[in-house]
Design a protein around this ligand. Structure first.
Ligand SMILES: Cc1cc2nc3c(=O)[nH]c(=O)nc-3n(C[C@H](O)[C@H](O)[C@H](O)COP(=O)(O)OP(=O)(O)OC[C@H]3O[C@@H](n4cnc5c(N)ncnc54)[C@H](O)[C@@H]3O)c2cc1C
Length: 343
């Protein structure tokens, strides 16, 4: 599927940086297309820690990651950007614009289509990231129905016997988070020690002592079985001792692998697995900018708030590529007429 309409800005990545960049672009009356390979917007906020509280977003004493993602989407959506989810950008190629040599034009190809854009802002975070699995071939057929790598809604696990595999913060946090929702929670880890916050480890130990959860270590998952959905797993320890555990849901919290994937082939200067930009968020390619976690410059902090400021700067830097010859003015949102159109 292809769309011939030329957007002013294509934003690659719908994480917090991409969403706020889309808002900034809308505020400057630029048309926007956002593309993300994940099935929902929010980036790491939605995929990795939706239920966790974030304490360092300006203006909020605390806010859950999923609420922040929802708010950012709402803020960007005031300007109706075109949102293309479940699409991975594979290449960006320079084209010759019919508007003359001063006008940049890019052909953005995804695994589903080809789109045209005057400027590109890459907000691709950690790059394409995917969860680690167990290395058992049978797991694939249960993925999405009873084997999960992300938790979107706790309520989904209501009344279920849940097994969580992993020994890091995510695994232990979800044991604690699901205890009041699931019928039973069992934690399986291949080592006797956990790599999590000491307070969380202590909390988990106390819950196990009180019989609220089961902890099985050092065990590895040997087999996952079921029909349509999983029915249970078989675990094994270093001595060859095996046990069967009943389960309605298996949460694999084994961490993520991330790599820049196709981005490495886009002719951009890469520094420490991130895209090198100057303080105007410009990459080495004219008309291509990078913001958020993926952008690297001296003193860069990988924080949500940094992505917001990167986004504001990138849009300002992109405006001369969208409207060549126009003077770029510094504006405050409080004095913009555009908000009377959207409110
Ligand atoms: C457990 C945890 C807790 C955290 N806590 C905090 C905190 O308290 N405070 C704080 O400030 N920060 C925190 N962070 C960091 C914060 O989440 C990141 O800094 C932030 O998400 C970066 O936003 P981003 O939009 O740049 O990238 P991301 O959120 O990573 O979003 C990038 C998006 O780009 C998409 N993408 C990548 N490549 C492509 C492609 N080729 N085509 C299409 N789409 C693509 C990805 O699918 C993803 O959705 C935490 C991170 C973690 C993991």
């Amino acid at each position: 599927m292809s769309d011939e309409s030329i957007k002013d800005i294509t934003i690659i990545g719908a994480g917090p940086s991409g969403l706020f960049t889309a808002f900034e672009a809308g505020m400057h009356e630029a048309s926007v297309r956002i593309i993300d390979s994940l099935p929902e917007s929010g980036g790491q906020l939605s995929a990795l820690y939706p239920e966790k509280y974030i304490f360092d977003v300006p203006g909020f004493t605390r806010i859950t990651a999923k609420d922040l993602a929802r708010n950012l989407f709402g803020q960007a959506n005031q300007f109706s950007p075109e949102l293309r989810l479940n699409e991975t950008v594979v290449s960006i190629v320079d084209k010759i614009s019919s508007e003359g040599p001063a006008q940049t034009l890019f052909e953005v190809s995804t695994d589903k289509g080809v789109y045209l854009s005057k400027a590109i802002i890459i907000a691709a975070g950690l790059g394409a990231f995917k969860p680690r699995s167990l290395g058992l071939p049978e797991v694939g057929r249960f993925e999405g129905n009873s084997v999960h790598y992300f938790i979107r809604e706790k309520e989904y696990f209501k009344g279920k016997d849940v097994i969580i595999v992993g020994g890091g913060d995510s695994a232990l946090d979800w044991v604690i988070n699901l205890i009041d929702t699931a019928r039973g929670v069992t934690l399986v880890h291949r080592k006797d020690t956990f790599r999590a916050h000491p307070n969380t480890i202590q909390q988990i130990g106390e819950l196990a002592k009180r019989g609220r959860i089961k902890i099985l270590t050092p065990f590895e998952v040997k087999e996952v079985y079921g029909d349509e959905a999983i029915k249970g797993i078989r675990i094994i320890d270093g001595t060859g001792k095996e046990a069967d555990l009943r389960a309605d849901a298996l949460l694999l919290m084994l961490g993520f692998t991330s790599d820049l994937g196709p981005i490495e082939k886009w002719g951009l200067d890469i520094d420490d697995s991130r895209i090198k930009v100057n303080l105007n968020m410009e990459t080495n390619r004219k008309g291509v900018f990078a913001v958020g976690d993926i952008a690297n410059y001296p003193g860069k902090l990988k924080l949500i708030l940094t992505g917001f400021s990167d986004g504001a700067r990138a849009v300002k830097s992109a405006l001369p590529y969208i409207r060549p010859g126009d003077k770029v003015r510094h504006v405050h949102s409080t004095s913009l007429k555009i908000f009377s159109k959207t409110s």
